[in-house]
Design a protein around this ligand. Sequence first.
Ligand code: SF4
Length: 373
Amino acid sequence: METLRKAQILCDSSQYDLCDSANHIKKSDANLPGIYHTTGLNGCKIPLFKILMTNKCVNDCKYCINQQDRNFTRIELTPEEIAKIFLHYYTNDYVNGLFLSSGISKNIDNTMEKIIDVAKLLRKDYGYNDYIHLKILPGASKDSIKRSMALGDRISINMEAATPDGLNEIASTKNFQKDIVRRFKWIQTLGKRNPKLAPSGITTQLIIGANNESDQEVLGSISSMYKKLGLKRSYFSAFSPVTGTALEKREKCDTQRTNQLYHADALINQYKFDTDELIFNKDGFLSLDEDPKYLAALNRDIFPLEVNQASFKELLRVPGIGLISARKIIDIRKKKRFNNLNQLKSIGVVVKRAEPFIKIEGTHQTALDSFKV
Ligand code: SF4
C-alpha cells in the first residue's frame, strides 16, 4: 500500500482523539488528510497534522475503533515515514504543527520509543523547531515520559473515564490510579523541576457516554486534576458506537451533553468555580438547555452584587461578565465609579444578561423573575 494511502487511514483512525483539536476541518485546500485545527494561546486557529503511528492495538477498549478484536486492515508507518509526510505538509504551509498518537502495536515501551523517534528525527535530524504534541500512553515509563516532554511542546494522556470504576467498565487493561494518575504525578514533578519540559502543558480526553458516569463525576474528577495534578485542559469526546466493538449497541451520546460539559469546564478551569457551585439534577447531570453559569447564579444568594464593590471572583459569577470585562471593571474602578449600564456595555459586559444580578450605586433596576434568557 502506498505511503499516502496508509497515512490517510491512520489520520482517519486518529479522529476520535480530540486532545488538541476541538474542531475537525474536513479537508484543507490541498485536499490532504489529517489536517485539524487547534486553538492557540491567543485564541487563533492553528492547523495541525494529526496522525497515529499505527492502528494496531493489543488493548480492548470497548469504545475504540482500533481495539484488538475488530477485524479490519491494520497498518503501521515507520518514524521516518511519519516525519517525511509531516515535513511535506509543514514545508508547504498546510500545517504549523504535529499531533502524534498511536495504538499499541507490540507493547507500551516499544510504541513510546517509536513516538519519541519521530520527534527526535524532526528536532535533531531535520532541525524542525515548531509545535509538537505527543501522546503519552497510559502505563508509559517515567524515562519515556521525560524524553517525550523534552521533545514535545505539549503532551497528553487520555483519562477516557472520570473514575477507576468507570475506566474499568470500558477498558480492562488500563488501571486508573497506576497507569494514569501516577503518570500525571510524574509529569507534574518533572515539569516543576524543569519548566522547559512540555511548556504548553498536559491535556486529557474523556469519552462521554461510553459508561454510566454522571456529569458531576466527570467535572469533579477533572476539577481535581486541574487543582492537584497540573492538568491544563480537558476535551470531551461524545461516545458514538462503532460496529464490531463491545459497545456497538450502546446509545450514542448527545453532543449537547458535551457542549454543556465544555461550558461547565470553562467555569471550573478559567473562572475557578468549585464543582459544588454548579447545578446538577438528582442523577448528577447538567441541564441540556440552560447555561450552567446562569443556573449557578440563580441558586446563589450573593446577588444582586454592587458593581463598584464586588470582588473579581464575585464578578466572574455574574452571567454576562467574562474574564476580560471583570478585569476591566476592577481596573476602571480604581479611577472612577460606575454609575450607569452603558459604561458596562462599553467594556464588553452583556448587560441584558448581567442586569438582573447587579446593582449600580445601590440601584437594582430589573427583577430576577422578569429576566428572560
Ligand atoms: S489503547 Fe485503547 S483507546 Fe488506545 S488505540 Fe488501543 S484500544 Fe484504542
